[in-house]
Write a protein that binds this ligand. Structure first.
Ligand SMILES: [Zn+2]
Ligand SMILES: [Zn+2]
Length: 129
């Protein structure tokens, strides 16, 4: 007598999901490691240098913003510190929006702190992107 519900399907699904997640993590780990091996540990924007002690603040940026495009020659990667990386993406966002917010007529909007946005961005997404 088999009174148990067949859990095979959900178990298999769990496995598939776990495997897919592991694959994605490994792929990310893979390109990060390869990029760090390929390039000197220097931010491509502010030229800040990194060591083993703080290399986690150095991120791998995808030049074409496509995370799945990882050619083996590293041509789509750029090492950026977290600050410059956020900057880069923020600029991209603003460009995508059509710079509409930049041309608000009249004064009064000049007191906005750029660091407030940066902090929010940092909290939203950490090292990888
Ligand atoms: Zn930098
Ligand atoms: Zn990036």
């Amino acid at each position: 007598m088999n009174t148990r519900k067949p859990t095979l399907d959900s178990a298999r699904l769990d496995k598939v999901v776990a495997q897919a997640r592991r694959d994605a993590e490994q792929r990310e780990q893979g390109y990060r490691e390869r990029a760090l091996k390929m390039y000197p540990w220097i931010c491509g924007r502010c030229a800040r240098e990194f060591t083993r002690a703080n290399v986690q603040e150095l991120t791998v940026h995808h030049r074409n913003h496509d995370h799945d495009y990882n050619p083996p020659d590293g041509s789509n990667w750029e090492l950026l510190c977290v600050y410059c990386h956020d900057n880069e993406h923020q600029r991209q966002l603003e460009a995508a929006r059509g710079t509409g917010s930049a041309s608000v007529s009249g004064g009064g909007g000049a007191t906005q702190s750029p660091f407030a946005d940066l902090k929010a961005l940092l909290e939203k997404k950490r090292l990888e992107d």
